[in-house]
Ligand binder design. Sequence first.
Ligand SMILES: [Ca+2]
Ligand SMILES: [Ca+2]
Length: 166
Amino acid sequence: MNGTISNEAFDSASGAGSFDCTFPDGDATSDVAIQLEDSDGADSNLASKTVSIANVAPTVTLVGPTAANEGETKSYSYTVVDPGVDTFRLLTGYPTCGLNGTISNEVFDSASGAGSFDCTFRMATPHRMLRSSSKTRTERQQPGQQDCDHRQCRSDGNTGWPDRRQ
Ligand SMILES: [Ca+2]
Ligand SMILES: [Ca+2]
């Protein structure tokens, strides 16, 4: 039911044969079966195998520039390869332009999984500006701490932390 047959071969003298099955989409199961009759009209047993068809995770490829000047807008696009008959949805928070980018012009096709978006990049907030205002420092503390990886924390957020802890 969930498979398509091809390359059928059958030898009427011996009753032996072979065939290929293509399974277009998982997760699903499909019953592969054979039954035949002899020349006197007696039916054989039904021989069958239940096939478990596994879903395959999609692979997404992102295309776009890896360098930008501050204030510049760059365009990105992505395509999806998936062997199944699946549709797609974006995971929460994606696509993203990262900590120092702002996203715009988002396009997404749930049927193909393909899409595109623009990123406008800004310069990271300078060190001295963060130190000059405790209010600014507090506001930046919450989102910055959770999202940045180790390298970004050092260059971007290593500002008033020692002062605050002491
Ligand atoms: Ca699937
Ligand atoms: Ca799939």
